[in-house]
Ligand binder design. Structure first.
Ligand SMILES: C[S@@+](CC[C@H](N)C(=O)[O-])C[C@H]1O[C@@H](n2cnc3c(N)ncnc32)[C@H](O)[C@@H]1O
Length: 401
């Protein structure tokens, strides 16, 4: 069995081991049958008083419950298939792997006709919660029972999709000795922590992260989490994005739901620092909504809601055109279902090294037509009073290559 399959089994098994503890008075045993060709090898897990005991290959020994999942799963890697049957009074839960498929079945074993329900595994997480359980518990995504908290499921889905899409972006910018990633408006830095786990612990890539946010509370919380997880490749800085100067060259700028023009600050910072990749999921869009007028659309824009929806598209369209004009290749995608969040457009920009005159012309034409002065440009040309002026002094050290 490969690691991916076993991690799926681990996800289910973790839940069963918790149940084994919670339902101790009714618990009977966990029977694991490893299969290799026509041969079966059985392991039995039972309670002996308060101790958990494992019988396997003629050896009977006490094991810590915390190690049980690892022991069972590590052994599974050596076999073709596995059948894990969790037995308690009135219920049996079976995790089965056969011909590449993992299923989970709940069975009524009271002697009545068996009722079965097969839990279908949906999209596979890139960062499987079972593998990243220490991390996800520390950042408050997992509850004590090892499951994703109900109010964090959507957030985790968004983060995991973001991480999945970063794979392609990082591939496109090419191998690095170390990936330096700047998370703008990082908040509690969930995204950075999960991406760091993926790059460092799963892909074994060297990487470092800088999270920037102007809120003391979230920066303190992020620093505390990094310390607890021993992630000394991550630093968190309390700063206004408009004034922040990174201490080293940045490969990728990321931002997730940076409010309104904070997204433009992130994009501008990415351009200023010569980031090869800028990946941003915007939040609310107020800047262009406040400014734009376009007479031919007045029959539409007289309806406030339509004016606002159009403004969202115009804002992101102008951002994309600007990025293209300064040499980025841009793709806009709906990166996650709108049922997860309506703020689901991702801007992916990869620097290609050549300013695009046609995009510049289109961008300027749009600006004139809509009568707007977009924030991304204000943060770059210094017309916003608190723009990124301080970056200019270090500009030569970065440059766009
Ligand atoms: C909606 S939260 C998103 C946080 C995080 N990226 C996430 O997805 O959970 C927006 C964050 O932007 C930060 N922010 C807004 N404007 C900022 C600025 N000018 N400089 C730094 N941080 C800013 C806020 O403090 C807040 O933490």
């Amino acid at each position: 069995m490969d690691k991916k399959t076993v991690s799926k089994i681990r996800l289910f098994l973790d839940g069963l081991i918790l149940r084994m503890e919670e339902n101790k008075p009714f618990f009977s045993d966990i029977t694991v049958v490893y299969k290799s060709g026509t041969k079966d090898f059985t392991a039995l897990i039972t309670y002996e008083g308060d101790d958990t005991v494992l019988d396997y290959q003629a050896v009977r020994k006490k094991v810590e419950k915390a190690e049980l999942c690892d022991i069972i799963c590590n052994e599974a890697l050596k076999y073709d298939d596995v059948n894990i049957s969790y037995n308690e009074r009135g219920a049996r839960i079976v995790i089965n792997h056969e011909r590449g498929k993992v299923s989970l079945k709940h069975e009524d074993n009271t002697g009545n006709k068996l009722q079965q329900s097969v839990v279908k595994v949906g999209r596979e997480y890139v960062v499987n919660p079972a593998i990243a359980k220490d991390l996800l518990s520390e950042i408050g995504i997992l509850a004590k029972n090892g499951k994703i908290k109900n109010d964090k499921i959507r957030k985790y889905n968004q983060i995991d999709y973001f991480v999945e899409l970063m794979q392609g972006v990082l591939k496109e910018i090419g191998e690095r000795d170390e990936y330096v990633i700047l998370d703008c408006a990082c908040g509690k830095s969930y995204l950075s922590f999960v991406l760091n786990f993926y790059l460092r612990d799963v892909l074994k890539k060297k990487c470092s992260f800088i999270g920037v946010d102007y809120s003391d509370v979230v920066i303190d919380a992020s620093r505390r989490i990094a310390k607890n997880l021993n992630y000394n490749n991550m630093e968190f800085v309390k700063a206004d994005l408009r004034e922040y100067v990174p201490p080293k060259k940045v490969d990728a700028v990321i931002s997730l739901h940076a409010c309104d023009v904070a997204t433009d600050m992130a994009l501008a910072l990415g351009i200023r620092t010569g980031a090869k990749a800028i990946v941003s999921v915007p939040c609310c869009h107020k800047d262009i909504l406040r400014q734009y007028s376009y007479e031919p659309f007045s029959a539409i824009t007289k309806h406030g809601i339509l004016k606002a929806r159009l403004a969202d598209t115009l804002t992101d369209g102008l951002r994309a055109a600007y990025l293209e004009s300064v040499g980025y290749k841009v793709s806009m995608i709906e990166y996650i279902s709108p049922l997860e969040t309506p703020k689901n457009i991702m801007i992916r920009a990869v620097y290609k090294g050549k300013a695009n005159e046609e995009s510049k012309r289109q961008y300027e034409a749009l600006k004139r037509m809509l009568n707007v002065n977009p924030a991304i440009e204000r943060f770059l040309d210094g017309t916003d009073k608190t723009a990124l002026k301080s970056l200019v002094k270090d500009w030569d050290n970065f440059g766009i290559d």
